[in-house]
Design a binder for this molecule. Sequence first.
Ligand code: ADP
Ligand code: ZN
Ligand code: ZN
Length: 661
Amino acid sequence: MPIFRVALDLPLHRLFDYLAPETAGREAIGRRVRVPFGRGERLGVIVDVAASGDWPIEQLKPAGEVLHDLPPLPPDFFALCQFASTYYQAPLGEVVLQALPAGLKRRDAPQRRSVRPPPPAAPVLPPELTAEQAAAVAAVDPAAGFSAHLLHGVTGSGKTEVYLRLVERALAAGRQALLLVPEINLTPQLEERVRARFPQNTVVALHSELAEAARERNWLAAFAGSADIVLGTRLAIFTPLPRLGLIVVDEEHDASFKQQDGMRYSARDLAVVRAHQAGVPVVLGSATPALETWANAAAGRYQRLTLRERANRQAKLPPLCLIDTRRLSLREGFAAPLLAAVGERLARGEQSLIFLNRRGYAPVLACPACAWVSHCRRCAANLVLHRADRRLRCHHCGFEQRVPPACPTCGNQDIHPYGRGTQRLEEWLQGEFPAARILRVDRDSVKSRKQWEAMLERIHGGEADILVGTQMLAKGHDFSKLTLVGVLGADAALHAADWRAPERLFAQLMQVAGRAGRAELAGEVLIQTQFPEHPLFAALVVHDYAGFAASQLAEREQAGFPPYAFQAVLRAEAPQMADAIAFLKAAVALPPVAAHGEVVLYDPVPMRMARLASLERGQLLAESPSRPALQAFLPRWREAIEGLKTPSRLRWHLEVDPLEF
Ligand code: ADP
Ligand code: ZN
Ligand code: ZN
């Protein structure tokens, strides 16, 4: 009697066995199946058809209906899921089922609506490639099997054009292309650009903000092979693609490729694994690659392709200047030279962008008479003042309340906002430049893709003189009249406890600086700082990513940080920190720990943000100079941890290659 080995969406590291019909064979692998579970029924995916499983056959229940509404999920899909499950210590069932659109995880049959082929249109003619672009395109040979490339190109150097040429080649060879981007909503023009270039081909988007039906339709088109180009965010890495010929990861350094909850994986890293499994090229593109990627290229694991010049010859990289604020008196955070520069742009009818990566009016409201500050009740964080709608909001858990009319502790009516956010800059600049049209661009002013597109239209239409914004504005936009970028509040990240903070700051500043001078008009970038001698700024002002990366990597090597060590973190959250720490201490004392000399476990400590949404959070770092040693240790450790008795309200998880602590 054959049995079905079934993946179910449960947090358990095993498959579930059911009796299969007498006639069932391996052609059932990859099909969805209804199975009895507890008192009800669940939908799972058949991973294997075997003669025996983990349990005596007489204890097994018969499987229910095998669904034939779709072709079976292919072997390469399972190969990627299996890799992710093993590498990230995630149950295979969770990996397999999270990869499917929601509708296919329920019983209902898939939507039969298909993706309409695009209306006929003349393709937009591509520009003639620059010599550097041509060399990059020529270096990637889709016919030669797996190859990994880092496309390192300054902002505006025409990386997207290189991707499009590679996609064109893949399509010409009858293959599908997968393009991963950090956040599609922030770059609607990319989708347009792809569609305009390939009007004869079917392009589908896959991201979490699509309505369920649209996502399912697009996923099915990709799976059926009828979509030629899939443009997606991190979750799209798991899409089955029968004709896959190329994977591109744009802005590969972006942290949003890392899933930070549920199944914690890096879509960028999985892209390389998938390309390897499928025998196709993968291109990781960025102006500021992740240091892990840079090190991989330096070690020869990825081929480095470099674009040094902006593609548009008239567009020069803008000069970056530091404004030393130590000897200047600031007005509402602004140094006089920056204000003067804004004034000049106004007089010339050009746009300025003031960049501050902090939304809200002020990061905290406090009482000078007593020690009261606006703390979040549920988190180790302050409530941010949003003056426009008179609310205090926690940016971590979403808790909010009305602004109190007086200090809740001492009754003092004179409570003050401290520090600045984008709303406060906007308000003050409006007073300073009454005739200027100011647009604030952050997650409070732009909440949906529609609003974002409308906002972009206003900016492009010249309806704004001054933009005040967060990193939302930093990515991939061409604003032809934007000639000045002013940066405030960069210093905070220079001395952050997080050793990845300089890498993020450098990338962010390069990105935002890249917005200036994209067209004929020359740009200028002014960065206010109290630390003008800092090596990060020294590298930044000469656009020297390579120098910055080399010095950061040298520091990391000395300190034994990634990419020179491999890490996993065990986290526990509970109503009481003592419970979380006690659990982590018990995890350190488990037998597999002593047996793995090459893996070092640090002391359990509270997380940097120790309290989130009323739960106390502790963590324990496991580290090894050897990835195989860490990988050998993790499953044994995890199994032992699963055997620990835990308080009922304690939750724990393991994260491999964590980015945040
Ligand atoms: P990146 O992705 O590196 O930031 P883009 O691909 O968006 O750069 O290109 C920046 C600008 O240069 C775009 O306006 C694009 O149309 C233009 N561009 C790209 N390649 C060329 C080329 N070979 N000749 C002329 N213009 C180009
Ligand atoms: Zn008070
Ligand atoms: Zn909170």
